[in-house]
Each structure stands twice: as C-alpha cells, then as structure tokens.
Design a protein around this ligand. Sequence first.
Ligand code: GAL
Length: 874
Amino acid sequence: MAVTVFIPTLHATPEVQSDSPRERLPFNRGWLFSRNDPPDAGDALVYERIKDWLLPCGDHLLNLSPRRHSPLGTGPGEMRVVGISYTLADYDDSRWRKLNLPHDWGIEGPFHPDLTGKTAKLPWFGVAWYRKHFALPAIDTGRHVYLDLDGAMAYATVWINGIFAGGWPYGYTSWRVDLTPYIKFGGENTLAIRLDNPRESSRWYPGGGIYRNVWLVKTAPVHIAQWGVRVTTPVITNDSAVVNVAVTIDNKTGNKSETNVITKIYQADHAGLPVGQAILQSSSVTARIEAGEQAWVSHSLVVPSPRLWSLETRNRYVAETDITRDSAIIDRVRTPFGIRAIQHTAGNGFLLNGKRVPIRGVCMHHDLGALGTAINFRAMERQLEILHEMGCNAIRTSHNPPAPELLELCDRMGFLVQAEAFDCWASGKVRDDYSRLFPDWHEKDLRSMVRRDRNHPCVIQWSIGNEIREQGSSGGRKLAAHLAGIVREDDRSRPVVAGFNLIQSGYNGMMTAADIVGYNYKPFEYSKIHRTHPQYPILGTETASTISSRGEYVFPVSENKLDGRNKSTYQVSSYDLYAPKWGSTPDTEWRAQDENPSVMGEFVWTGFDYLGEPTPYNSDTTNLLNFATAAESAQAAKELDGLAKVRAPSRSSYFGIVDLAGFPKDRYYLYQSRWRPGLPMAHILPHWNWPGREGQITPVHVYSSGDEAELFLNGNSLGRKKRGAFEYRFRWDDVVYSPGELKVAVWKNGKPWTETVRKTTGSAAKLLLTPDRAQLRADGADLVFVTVTVADKDGLPVPRAQNSIRFSVTGPAEIAAVDNGDATSFAPFQGSERAAYNGFALVISRTKPDKSGILVLRAESDGLEPAAIELSSK
Ligand code: GAL
C-alpha cells in the first residue's frame, strides 16, 4: 500500500516576530495544580454570580460595546474583595502538584463504573486551580502584557497577583486576558486560574483543564490587535490574485497615536514561515488612532502568477505587517494565508480553484484517545496522516471550534475544514450545556472562532450549529439568521452551514438563513430537496454513524442494522452493517450520493472513535432527540433504561472508522476503496481463525477499489463477481468455514488490479513492535506511537489475541500512554501494561526535553518472545 510521506513536523506556530518588539512566548511550563476550591471560596464563584465580572471582559477583547454593566459596579480588577486564598500571591502552594500544560485532569482517571459512559466514565468534571509564578524583567516596563489561552475547559477565571483580571466560560474558544494593569514589572508575579466543569454539561468527553497552549504576549502599547490581520483574496486568475489585508490596531496609550502600516508578501514554507525576499510590498498607510481606541487600515496588493493552495499543492504565502513610527518598527505580525477559490454550487458540488472536489470528510471530536484532550501536535498530525491514507480530504470539527494547531496541520497537509461553533443554542441538550451561556456569549464565541481562523485556506465553511433544537420554530429561524449575520460581518468569503437533523429544516426557512442545506442522516431526502429546491447546495453534514468494534464478528450475520451487538461483551460486529436507528451503512449513504451527484459529499460520523457516547451501549437520553416519532423514542428510552440498569461498561464510541488507539477497523478499507479509486487495494473480512466454526456459514466480504473479484478458499474458487450498480462491496455470504487461506483476486476494467490473502494463523508466539517514526525531536512533546502486534511464529497478527503486555523504556523518553482500542476497558491509559485487544496494543512514548540520545522501548509478555526497538531523539 502506498505510504504518504509528509514533510517533517515543526511545532512552531507561525506568528513569529523577529525584529519586532512583540514577543509571543510559550507559557506552558512550570504550573502548579490542585483540585477543588479552598474552604474560603464559598459559592462566590458560581458562574451566575460572577458573570457580571466576566461579561465585559469578552466585550473588551472583541471590541464589542459592553451591553451589560455589573449591578455591583465592579469589573476586572475589583474582585480582590472575594479574598479567595488560592488567588493570593503569598498563598503557600509549595505542596501543589507540578505539571506542564497542556493538561487534561480527566484522562488521569480512574474510570469509574458508576459514572456515565456518555462522558467516558472519567472524572473530568468539578473544580480545579492552576497557579504559576513568573518574573517579568524591569526592561518590559511600559509594554503591554497579555495572557492568551487557546482553550481552557471550562468557566475559566483568572487572577494576577490576587486581582481578578478576566476569564472566559466556553471551553472551546480562544481568548485573551490583559494583565498589564496588575502585573509587576521587574518583580515576581503569581497567576491563578480557576476552572469549573459542570457535571452535566456535555454529550461526549470534554476533558478538564488548561488543555490547549497558553502564551504570554508582550507588545508595545500601540500594537496590532488580537487576530488583527485579516487577509482575503477576492479576485483570483491565472495571472494574478488580489490580496486585501485589513489591519486593526490597538492604541493602549492615553494619547492619540499616528503610525505607519506596511505589509510585505512572502512565499511561505510548509510551516507557514516566510522564504527568501519579499515578493511584494504595500505602500505605507497612516493609521490615526484616538487614545484607548482601535482603528483599522487596509492594503490591496496584486500577487502575479499566484501559486494556489490546493489539496495537492498546499502553497501558502505570508503577509508580514509592520507598524512603524519614526521609521522604527513598533509591531510586526506575520500571517500565513493561502490563495484559493472556493465555490459551493447547487448543481455541481464543491469546487476548489474551479475544479470539483468531492467532500470526503469525517467528523472528529477533539480528544486524542489515550492522551485525552490535552492537545499534542504530533498526535493530531498522526490522526490526519491515518485519515489521509484512507483518502479522507475534509474534517468537520464537531461540534466546537478546534485547537489552532489542527487548522495549521490541515493547511499544511491539504484538508478542507468545516469549523463548527456550537452543539446547541438557547435550548440545551443536557442540563448545564452551552444553552446556559448562549444568551450572553454566543456573539463573543462565534466571533472568536471566525476571527481567529479566517485566514486559514483549509477552512471552507462555518457551521453555526449541530442538530439545534430550535430548528423547527420561527424563533429558531430568527436565531439562525442572527448567528449567520454575525459570521458574515466577520467573514463573507465562506458560506454558513448548520447540521440539520429535521427534514423540515430543508424547507422551513432554516436553510435560507444558512447558505447550504446540511443534512445529518437524511440520504433519502437528497433527491427530493434537490428536485424541489434546485438552487440549494446540499451537503451530508453528518452521515452513516456505522458502529463496530475492531476485529469482532457476530454470527449469524444479520442484515438488520439494529443487530450486530454481542450483548455479553458489549462489542459490535465489524461486518459494517450496523448503525443506530437514525444512521445507516456507508453503502446506503453512497447510493444516495451517487443517485444525487449534485450533493457536495459528506462528513462521516466519525473518523476516529472518541471518548464517551458509546452507542449502542450509551444510556445518554440525549440520543432520544434523534428519533423521528414518539413511539420510536419511547422504545429507545426503554432500551436506554435497561442499559443504565445493567451499567454497560462501555466508555468510548463505536462509531469510528479508526479505533481509539488509531488502528483501522474493517470499514477503513471500505472508505478507502471509494475515496482512493486509483489505489489498487483489497481487504478481506472477517479474520480466518474460527476454531469450532468448521462447516458453518461464515460470510466473507471484500472491500476493494476494483470492479470484479474472485474469492478462493484453500485454492478452490468460490465464484467470480462483478460489482453491480450501487454495490460497494463484494459479498460471498454462503462461505462454509474451513481453516486455511482465503485469497481474493481483483480486476478493474477487465485488467488484473490486485490480490490479497487472509490466513488462519498459528497461536501467539511473539511480539512485534512497529514505530510510526524512527527519529524524534527532544522537545518534551514529541511522541512516537508504537504498534504492538501479537504474532504467530510467522509474524502474522493473531486475530483474537488478548495477551497482557508490559512495556519499559530507557533513554531520553517516557511512556505517555497505552491503549488497545477496546471500548469497554477500565484499564488506565497511564501505565506501562496493557492487554492486547484482538491482536494489537499501542504504546505512546514521549521524548524528554533537551535530552538527545537513543531510546530503547521493550515489550514483554509471558510465554511470548519479547521485542525491543531503538529510536533516536535529538
Ligand atoms: C448525531 C449527533 C452526533 C452524535 C451522533 C451519533 O445525531 O450530531 O453528535 O451524537 O448523532 O450517531
């Protein structure tokens, strides 16, 4: 199989300010952590009580005029009165736990069988505090100092030197606190951040903690505002592209300011950094800014013979914006951007640079499996590499704004992105979800998403919501129009979409508030909506929801999509025929797409398994929202009740095309066969180790990009088949099992295309270790993902092997986490032991910072030949 090679990763986030007084320093190291509030906190910090302090913080940062004023007349800087000991600079925190960010306290476990599977049976909820002591040199006096958080889960409040400075409740958006008025220049400072996750606030595992990167930003008092450079490319031809650059400048001084603004354009390298000499320079524009105000200026430049960003070429440019006074640079921001044209058409799908690109997308939640939600660049990159190899070209960030690094990776690697803001509006799905924040925060959160991410060429759509409960009402239509209006104020270059799960939303006015009809699980509606509203672009915003456990097969093979469960092990058969009531097989969805070629494509639920929502063993009642009729819903409610009583052990999803550990399930090859039609590939299922099934019917399915196939069992042909119209897999449903070798020979357009075999293996004899990379960076964040295979003496993976494996590492690295993809396991992700699940386990090792050398990873299991690998970290 072809292996896609990506250019080596860099962690740099490309807002680089050499030659500029601006500094953007990673602020992740050296934090202190403690769970729960101190006894003196009382209930003073409940969001309802503090929102009058929090609301103006967001308004200030996004330059919205505060619509509300605190009845107490207080604001940032005045919450010292609460006197909570943890906020105070002199509080003795010497016994607090030391850690580095990003951090997710929930993933540390332990799993608890009594906790709900919906949020992974992990203790991510409740209160926690982070503190950090840091010195600021006297030389910084007069500069502006901001704390930038890419995301903290959730209800964050920030104190500096005992004084309340700001905060942000939604855990998925990025925000900034201005520390300048309260910080000590030339002295020690203490930051205290409190987080508070309501227990009933999510339908999936949200994690808990400062789980994304934190930055300390220092600028001159007159500086480019947060996300203050916006690049658009409204006119693109072969010969030239118009590049408009709008720059917003903050004047934080008490005097009127006059500065000059110049933007240069460079070609960018793969990491979005400028290469060589500038290819263009704008003329200088003067910005006059009143004391304490903002102002914006713009440039228009014309790039000759533009090198377009596409999924294959990924070309980018950098706009380098300088603001100068008396010819000295007082601020510089570099903004990577791409030149590409997008069109969402009603008749011909999605066009990138004028060419149709079918959207072969997946929905992804934000967790990184065994690593939890704490973001890690390499872990995200690995997920994308695995999806890319399958032929996936698009990600829907369900159902919230992503970490900024995900978009950087999608720009680099060539993925399209639908960035989604919300899973609910004013009407919630679980008791304490975003509906509590919606009235006060939707505008700030929406603007935070759009303003942060609008320069990414990968982002092609803004989703204002997923399966919003207000869809059916006229109030909902007004809200949709209001939200779409906010998005369009900040970006008119991309369409607004929403994921509708009500058929009526395609007809009741919701669809005109948005620019696209995005249907979740409505393949049967595509032809009707296209016939009745040929002017609407249509997209499968969420499709399939096929469920399975890697390497599990249930007999007899049922054609009823609600079957396939192994009720004693809580696994689901991997024949890819099973889905919840609202979902379908991939095959059903594809038939609808093929019958309706105007549909842009799809975002499959989901690319990877994720923590939480273990349907069909999920006792979360929000699933009931997906049922069309009261009778169906009542029946499902009864089943959920039953599951709650038996306390199903399941704690992560079965929806993934890839399991939680990153191992492809069978379905991976079904998607690959369709999404990479030019790749000669064939995949046989099930495995062929069935002692005791001799003489019994054991259906064999083959996923292949070819169009004709012949199956052989121990050399005897079981028939040659042609794939008919709307057939997406080859099926031999009456195969009688006998051990040995299955072989499939595949043709395409009458010519031999590929062959593959599946053999009955011997018993487990040895361990094999396969690292995803051999050369690591010694930066304390880089990871190697090592696949551990339980193999027979010939090296074939033993399909049902569950051997327990012990790991050890020597050299400049440590074990970060272990997993095996089993959705029912309560074994901790942190540890150095793991049982294989159906032949495989995963060990993730993290490098140590600033320590180069050879690391040796060993795996041992009783009765098996051990394995060891050597890797280098530098
Ligand atoms: C959808 C929902 C997703 C997930 C999925 C499971 O209705 O939008 O978040 O719950 O169902 O099939």
